[in-house]
Design a protein around this ligand. Sequence first.
Ligand SMILES: Cc1ncc(COP(=O)(O)O)c(C=O)c1O
Length: 386
Amino acid sequence: MSRTYLSPPDVGRVERDLLIEAFDSNWIAPLGPHVDAFEREFADAVGVPCAVALSSGTAALHLALLILGIGRGDDVVTSTMTFAATANAIAYVGANPVFIDVSPDTWTLDPDLLEEELKRRARRGHQAAAVLTVDLYGQCADYARVGEICERYGVRLVEDAAEALGATYGDRKAGAFGECAAFSFNGNKIITTSGGGMLVSRRRDIADRARHLAAQAREPAPHYQHAEVGYNYRLSNLLAAVGRGQLQSLPDKLARRRAINDEYRRALRDVPGIAFMPEAAYGRSNCWLTCLTVAPEAFGASREDIRLRLEREDIESRPLWKPMHLQPAFAGRAMSGGSISEDLFQRGLCLPSGSNLTAAEQANVIAALAATSAARGQSARGVAHA
Ligand SMILES: Cc1ncc(COP(=O)(O)O)c(C=O)c1O
């Protein structure tokens, strides 16, 4: 059997046809009809007026912070439980990341810690320039609370929705909460363009500025005229064509990821020591990755035992994100709390969750996971068979 990957690309005939059509049209450039159409269709899918197609989610985060005027010496409060790109973008603009632990109930930015942080800063007269939330593994941060806290302290809100396309908070979609939000179309995301990203915003002036800066800040002139430093961040028309095809099947991909998540929960619900990422009542996750934690005493084996066992069976799984405050690149940065994310990193695992995962592959993952405790002298207790 071939290797089972964590979250591989799931592309098909529609993407192929659109890509060939884009190729044959000779719009092989970081602009063209597919870029314009992808932006319109994506904005509709998220429920925001403006979207700007970029070369990566990281580029979208970078431009978002830059356009909001965040720069050298500013503090940006963000979740420690994230991929490095969130914190890197803060560093790109010369600002300081201030890390906050996550809530055990959602694994996203803890609103109580955020409130304490902004209150302390208000007292000292040194408020943060922005809060950058992360919609982790496809679950929205608690926007009613986070939004209210940001508003009360007059701090701007930016959303890292890289992992969360299609997730909801109440009746709104991930990406609709910050002044700007960033999405990723990296190869492992719920939809992919191999590499790519989108900056979305309610504000047209922000979108126009992002388009300008992403195209080397080139001024409208017959020669090459630049009034400021720009970036080469636009998405190619070829990749936008792939993205349009991917977007058409987003509802199917969401349904499939949800079904995979449901099946893991069903099959492992009675296994001692296994707990899944909580799904907050305020919304619906896009189930990008199914994540769980392992209590070694109760399960009879550790997270690493499971990961290595899966690896021996040619199944890819990953520890949860290593918190940013534990990363050497961000050593010595301000941090509030930390025990929740450290524990998640120690005991957490992401399971294969791709929308093209077959039922047989998933059954193998479940059997291998359960067999890890059996191999440690316990019976494979609690696995529910379909
Ligand atoms: C939370 C988070 N932020 C940002 C990114 C960066 O996106 P990209 O890889 O498209 O630059 C990713 C994924 O890669 C991510 O998971």
